[in-house]
Write a protein that binds this ligand. Structure first.
Ligand code: NAD
Length: 517
């Protein structure tokens, strides 16, 4: 029997003993393409969340005691399980989130790759090591290690319901923590499936990864439940609330928030490749990608050719729920209104609107948005300033790449971005100076698929990092230890030191550092 067939069991099992105390309130998750119910899930209240975290705390000690090898084999079993059930999970993602099956496969593939990397690099990144004790403590040995925090709370969004939360879950687990995950209320079935997969793959420590379901209140309860850290991925407005709630208990936070990513197309760019990347970056997943391209700044030398290429490519795109569709419906119906408002605002401000050939009258329901490009949108327009999160793209003509960079950086957000230039030096220079956590040169979104690279933003896009060594360290605390190897005749940190010791020390410092001006 597949995990999907067992979804009722999954729901009960994911709640565990929790529901003996929880309210009996439930909520439904629905298929955004058809409105069909995908699953019914408990709304976990504060007591239920606290109990789940308490169970997680017990599991966290056992999980930490397993050491890197013991955890490594179990993380491998988890990834093996996901890989064997890839199509089953992709089908569930398709039904609950709406994205095409093939895109769901790509998303899960990325998550599995990160899981493998996190498990494989935890010891090297976090394990005990000796560091140089330096001159003042030359008679000591100095050790550094990165210890787990206990239970990590993860609150996730719906747009990449596997890849995005797994960026925190995989790295937190690999670092030796237990995890309690609160998936978005729009994708609880995917969250419950992941927890059930964990229990099936790691039956000796089922509580090392648990799921609680519900709305924002359940997430707030997780913030207050005494977790060692709260990893939040979602919008900036909710991020502010999560930080305020976590401040009540001084719970540290990781903030992965929204973006308004820009692409710079320089004079020497491969225009066809840039257009292809921009269209994919903006329209795939229906534009519901935190690191999706929302703004393009193309130099006057390439602007006309670039717009013509994008317009041509737009023609072929068609939203739908079938296997051949380019992208699916908006997962969250209310987001459709945001996208429409941005398009109307831009058109009202004089923007030229270019749509693909897809005929909206043939769309199954109004959750489908046609691919749309906006030309000549004023920089102060909402369509340029705020995250649209739909299959839209603004293209703006600029004098040169320097002006492009200035406009790209003039944003409250700073998550990812892209630069197209055939010159390696130019591309790298623009990428370095782009005010964002990540930039791909001559492609889009690639940084997310490199497990060794950290992922995270600046400004309103948040702080802290998942992925890579930084992502592992994010879920640990650095532990420093010194051990005296030999006792010196003079101990400077003792009331028994001779009065002359401080003068001798000052002379040595003068000889060592005094010549530097
Ligand atoms: P959202 O902020 O509405 O919700 C995110 C999660 O927070 C959900 O699980 C929700 O139930 C929970 N929540 C809501 N109110 C809460 C509260 N008061 N306390 C605790 N938890 C609460 O975001 P969304 O609509 O689910 O996701 C879309 C957003 O996520 C976009 O802005 C997108 O850019 C961003 N995102 C960022 C990244 C990244 O890595 N930076 C990745 C994916 C998505």
């Amino acid at each position: 029997m597949s995990l999907v067939d067992q979804m009722d069991t999954v729901t009960d099992a994911s709640a565990g003993s929790v529901d003996r105390h929880a309210t009996t309130e439930t909520f439904e998750s629905t298929n955004p393409a058809s409105g069909a119910v995908v699953g019914v899930f408990p709304v976990h209240d504060a007591d239920a969340v606290r109990e789940t975290v308490a169970r997680g705390r017990v599991a966290a000690r056992q999980w930490a005691d397993l050491g890197y090898d013991g955890r490594g084999t179990r993380l491998s079993a988890f990834r093996g399980y996901l890989a064997r059930r890839l199509h089953e999970l992709a089908d569930l993602v398709h039904r609950e989130n709406g994205k095409p099956h093939a895109d769901a496969i790509l998303e899960i593939t990325l998550a599995i790759d990160h899981l493998a990397w996190a498990g494989g690099h935890a010891r090297k990144t976090l394990g005990p090591r000796k560091v140089n004790a330096g001159m003042l403590a030359a008679n000591h040995a100095a050790y550094l290690e990165y210890q787990p925090l206990g239970v990590v709370g993860v609150i996730g969004p719906w747009n990449y319901p596997v890849f995005t939360p797994m960026g925190s879950i995989a790295y937190a687990l690999a670092a030796g923590n237990a995890v309690v995950f609160k998936p978005s209320e729009y994708t609880p079935a995917v969250g419950a499936w992941l927890a059930a997969a964990w229990r099936a793959a790691v039956p000796d420590l089922p509580d090392a990864f648990q799921v609680v379901t519900g709305y924002g209140e359940t997430g707030a309860a997780l913030c207050r439940a005494g977790v060692g850290k709260l990893a939040f991925t979602g919008s900036a407005p909710t991020g502010r609330k999560v930080m305020a709630t976590c401040a009540e208990t001084l719970t540290p936070v990781l903030m992965e928030l929204g973006g308004k990513d820009a692409m710079i197309v320089d004079d020497d760019a491969d225009v066809t490749a840039a257009a292809d990347a921009a269209v994919w970056g903006a329209m795939s997943n229906g534009g519901q990608t935190c690191i999706g391209i929302e703004r393009v700044y193309a130099t006057s030398a390439v602007y006309d050719r670039f717009v013509a290429e994008v317009t041509e490519q737009l023609r072929t795109l068609r939203p739908g729920s079938d296997d051949a569709a380019s992208y699916g419906p908006m997962t969250m119906a209310s987001q459709t209104d945001v996208v429409k408002r941005h398009l109307a605002d831009a058109a009202g401000a004089g923007a030229r609107v270019v749509r693909g050939d897809a005929d909206p009258s043939l769309f199954p329901n109004e959750n489908y948005v046609p691919p749309t490009v906006l030309l000549d949108v004023p920089e102060d327009n909402v369509a340029v300033r705020e995250e649209t999160f739909g299959p839209t793209l603004t293209i703006t003509k600029v004098r040169d790449a320097e002006e492009a960079l200035e406009l790209a950086n003039n944003s409250a957000h700073g998550l990812g971005g892209s630069v197209f230039s055939k010159s390696k030096e130019r591309g790298m220079d623009l990428a370095r100076r782009m005010r964002s956590g990540m930039t791909s040169v001559n492609s889009v979104l690639t940084f997310a698929s490199v497990p060794a690279l950290p992922f995270g933003g600046v400004g309103d896009s948040g702080f802290g990092r998942i992925h890579g060594e930084d992502g592992l360290k994010e879920f640990t605390r650095a532990k420093a230890i010194t051990r005296q190897r030999i006792a010196l005749p003079v101990n400077l940190m003792s009331f028994g030191r001779p009065a002359s010791a401080a003068d001798a020390l000052a002379r040595v410092m003068g000889m060592l550092h005094g010549r530097h001006r």
